[in-house]
Design a protein around this ligand. Sequence first.
Ligand code: SER
Length: 314
Amino acid sequence: MEKILVIGACGQIGVELTLALREKYGNENVIASDIREESEILKGTGPFVVLDAMDHEATRALVKKESITTIYLLAALLSVTGEKNPALCWGLNMGALRQILDLGIEEKLKIFWPSSIAVFGATTPQDNTPQKTIIEPTTMYGITKYAGELLCQYYNKRLGLDVRSVRYPGLISWKTEPGGGTTDYAVEIFYGALKEGKYTSFLSENTYLPMMYMDDAIAATLQIMEVSKEKIKIAMAYNLSAISFSPKEIAEAIKKQIPNFEISYAPDSRQAIADSWPQSIDDSSARADWGWKHEYDLSKMVDTMLKNLKEKLK
Ligand code: SER
């Protein structure tokens, strides 16, 4: 029987992933943990433990006590926060991963660890970025993700650990808000549209970035973890893609429903990070190897976001 530990369960991905895992594997079999207090959305849905992802002994003790079989390690500092505190970004992102990989060997665990489009840098081809390409990240976050991918590959190939990973694009959700990322504008814009009828984008109007609605990201995560080991042919992280749009395009999609919505642009230091990332991603390996398929295009995502956020903000 699967007994799952989610580390970083109160973050943007963690909350929704925990709920999806609980639905699938049973509430009691999915332990949510975070250094923060329990998210309101998770309250009452299953066990929660306060855990610092860098506290190796506490993590090891919890894994043993609960006979954990699978870990989803989501605790991390993202691109913008990482540039503000590069030392903590490296310390947390790499420190937590390394200890979980070691614990994985010790306790024969199965592990999910997310990578990101942030592994790519300005020297990477930006359109339909291939799975295997030039990878020279320029943010500390991107560096930790690429180094992390190499570490996962090492533990997998050299030590036989079952660790799986995808390179998430920018993720968009109405349930949870992102924190400290370059793609965050694509969520903030909905709050601006519904609360004030306007939004000032910190990225310029024609900045295209790969994006994905959260339901698709969760589906991909469950899927890559469920398929048999033989189907996983890439021991680094899989490219994963759904939609690509610019601030101007998402604003136009929002205007179809809120005609008076106004967007303006005031690019800041986040623009340079966005400019170094791909505009679109080739994820044909994920589609061929384990059957990945996205469901949400730009208009379905915008409709779903506006409908649900309207209710939430009432
Ligand atoms: N959404 C992340 C960020 O913007 C990318 O992985 O930092």
